[in-house]
Write a new protein. Structure first.
Length: 337
């Protein structure tokens, strides 16, 4: 059984990916400092997968902890999720973001080279495209200046990976540029755990439906889009998790010294108002919302061209927007219980 180190594996996307890795015959090994997640996730993963997933509590920038893991398990690959991701906070505390997001990648890369652990899947983001001029965005769409220090950490990390591969490193690396992950494991046992007031749309929607928030504000309905609200490419987190497994198995068949980048989205855009109305319809709930002013810095519309990941990795999303919003609500209800 191949052992895959998952940094940030107790978090939202990492925990769902752990499930898919087990399903595909891998043993995930999680390192997480629980800075944005809870230990209970590990028990939930055990319930879902039937596997006692090894867990190391700590910072993945801690080289001696990584050395300990390498002693305990022969690792064949790494999926690097661990990062801070609060866009607003990153503008207030940029160094915290550069230190964690860029610093952890550097430590991991040195560790992987030292141990000849060849395969890395890196969590990048559609945020690297900024406000795109042409839609949908392909992997060749020029990246723009990042809107936030958080966004820039993803751009810088991608550049580091490109430079490393140019230097003839033996590593085989894929950056996945996630669009907007939503939804939860259909069991409702794991999902997204936003800390404080959610910034992202769907957690705000589910918390409003659950009565935790009084009202959802739609940030603008006067954009140049079908109904005036912004457009995003919302992808079910289980589909996103599956993309990591496909990326990993693809890397295993590559010769050393390899880098590529893939968009992971559905290939379709939906407006904020469509999300609200689909949520109401599929869950038979009336959502309390109002139209408010635009959110400064918002991308007006973005969705992915997924031709590359469809053709090269053979990955296709299985879940619809309605499925995602049903699973998000199911998770929120279970959380309330
Ligand atoms: P998350 O916060 O739920 O998960 C990240 C996990 O990493 C958390 O469990 C946190 O405790 C842990 N962590 C952070 N720094 C660490 C460190 N130095 N050492 C060990 N553990 C650490 O976030 P997520 O939504 O699952 O995102 C995972 C990755 O995907 C991140 O790199 C994020 O930037 C990227 N991403 C997320 C989105 C999104 O909308 N959720 C979109 C694009 C990209
Ligand atoms: C989606 C749409 C809002 C909340 C963020 C990060 C980005 C990337 C993806 C990680 C927008 C609208 C939201 C609300 C609203 N993450 N909205 N009312 O803007 O795509 O980007 O997640 O890499 O870096 O910035 O996602 O969920 O914040 O917003 O109307 O209460 O929902 O204006 O149009 P976004 P989001």
């Amino acid at each position: 059984m191949k052992n895959i180190l998952i940094t940030g594996g107790a978090g939202y996307i990492g925990s769902h990916t752990a499930v898919e890795l087990v399903k595909a015959g891998y043993r995930p090994i999680i390192i997480d400092d629980l800075s944005n997640s809870q230990k209970a996730v590990l028990e939930r993963l055990q319930e879902i997968t039937g596997m006692d997933i090894p867990f190391y509590l700590g910072d993945c920038s801690n080289r001696s902890l990584l050395e300990q893991i390498a002693k305990d398990y022969e690792l064949s690959g790494v999926i690097h999720f661990a990062a801070f991701k609060a866009v607003g906070e990153s503008t207030q505390e940029p160094l915290k973001y550069y230190k964690n997001n860029v610093g952890s990648l550097l430590v991991l890369l040195e560790f992987m080279e030292a141990h000849s652990i060849l395969d890395l899947v890196f969590s990048s983001s559609c945020t690297v495209y900024g406000q795109p001029d042409v839609l949908p965005v392909t992997e060749d769409t020029p990246r723009k200046d990042a809107e936030s220090p958080y966004g820039n950490t993803k751009k810088v990390c991608e550049d580091i990976l490109v430079d490393l591969i140019k230097s003839k490193s033996v590593l085989r690396i894929i950056s996945l540029r996630y669009f907007n992950p939503i939804g939860a494991h259909p069991s409702g046992k794991i999902g997204e755990l936003p800390s404080g007031v959610p910034n992202n749309l769907v957690p705000f929607v589910t918390q409003t439906a659950a009565g935790i928030r009084k009202k959802l504000t739609v940030f603008g309905d006067d954009y140049d889009t079908p109904d005036g609200s912004c457009v995003r490419d919302f992808i079910h987190v289980m589909d996103l998790a599956d993309a990591h497994v496909k990326a990993l198995t693809y890397l295993e068949n590559k010769t050393p010294n390899f880098y590529d980048v893939f968009n992971v989205g559905t290939g379709d855009g939906n407006t904020v108002l469509e999300v609200i109305h689909t949520f109401e319809e599929v869950n038979d709930i009336k959502l309390n919302y109002e139209i408010g002013p635009r959110r400064p810095g918002d991308v007006v519309k973005i969705w992915a061209d997924t031709t590359k990941i469809n053709q090269v990795l053979g990955w296709h999303p299985k879940y619809s927007l309605a499925d995602s919003l049903r699973d998000s609500w199911n998770w929120e209800k279970k959380l309330k219980e």
